[in-house]
Design a protein around this ligand. Sequence first.
Ligand SMILES: Nc1ncnc2c1ncn2[C@@H]1O[C@H](COP(=O)(O)OP(=O)(O)O)[C@@H](O)[C@H]1O
Ligand SMILES: [Mg+2]
Length: 255
Amino acid sequence: MKSAVVEVNQVEKVYGKRNENHSRVLKGITLSVKEGEFVGIMGPSGSGKTTLLNVISTLDQATSGTVEIAGTDIVNMKGNALSDFRAQKLGFIFQDFNLLENLSIYENIALPLSLQGVSSKEIAGKVQEVAIKLGIEAILEKYPTAVSGGQKQRTAAARALVHNPAIILADEPTGALDSKNAKSLLEAMHDLHENHHVSIMMVTHDVFSASYCERILFIQDGLLYKEIHRNGSREAFYQDILNVLGKMSSSKEAI
Ligand SMILES: Nc1ncnc2c1ncn2[C@@H]1O[C@H](COP(=O)(O)OP(=O)(O)O)[C@@H](O)[C@H]1O
Ligand SMILES: [Mg+2]
């Protein structure tokens, strides 16, 4: 049996102080992600997807409940322990790439390792390895402004992967890409999961993107609404996802 890389138990997130204008954004979410899984999070705008990902990624703190990543309880971690944990165990991909424009593609990918003080020889080997996995070995000497949006996002994926994190967390990674570049990024992410056993959690409102996952968790109003697994083709899964979204929007607001 595969072990869990993420365990979220009864997580609540409340913004604002009690009795003042407070809002309960996550109302008790329990989920787990197994090693090597590619899991999608979907739900209407404002349902708490980004908040959930931020709580898992240690960028935000849960109000109550527990979050374990690779067996470590992160909810009560603070200061250096927290930033070291984040740097070593997590990889991030954001909608807007978050690359540093004055660093080359190579240097951007190398950054998580440089920050950890890894030797330049070891860095060179690792950057080369992930660049090949993401199909960007030919652009390593270029700068972000000189490459396409799709190449930028594959650079971000390589940077998220280079230090061999326990999980990659992606928030709307195809949001700024055209359909051709979105497809090649999703194929690359699917390949990481399928052939390299990389664990990925991806928030998306895009059905096409979600259809590359092997499991989707739907959230609505801060609660888990439903989960579905991919059993057959990607096309069939696409249809299954649409069906759930249709039921959600008829039971509540539009997606
Ligand atoms: N820092 C914050 N302070 C107060 N409310 C917030 C904050 N961040 C998010 N929210 C609220 O939490 C809800 C969920 O937001 P979010 O997690 O970004 O939703 P989603 O990613 O599903 O669109 C929204 O109503 C949003 O306004
Ligand atoms: Mg969001």
